[in-house]
Design a protein around this ligand. Sequence first.
Ligand SMILES: [Zn+2]
Length: 107
Amino acid sequence: MSTGPFRTRSDFIASEVARINGPEPARIFYVLVCRLCGDPDKPLPMPFGSPAERGKWASAHTAATGHDRWFVLDQPAGSGGPEKIAALIREHDQVVAAWRAETGERQ
Ligand SMILES: [Zn+2]
């Protein structure tokens, strides 16, 4: 059974964390934020224990609500709490907007 598109990236991050921290990999929270639920200034980050769990929840949420826009983050434990997520999303959107302006891509 496939764990979805998150597997490769998560495995990569886990291996990078192991490389930096030694053989014991640090815990990673597999965070998912539905971009269509709630206030953009107060996103509701959902932490999952594995990419597979996150993928399953996303599928169920899309099936139930039709929502299909996500902010996905593999966050090492200790790198900040949910209060940081809104700022990360804003930063992400600014980078994407700048990239679109530069390449001339229209939304
Ligand atoms: Zn939603």
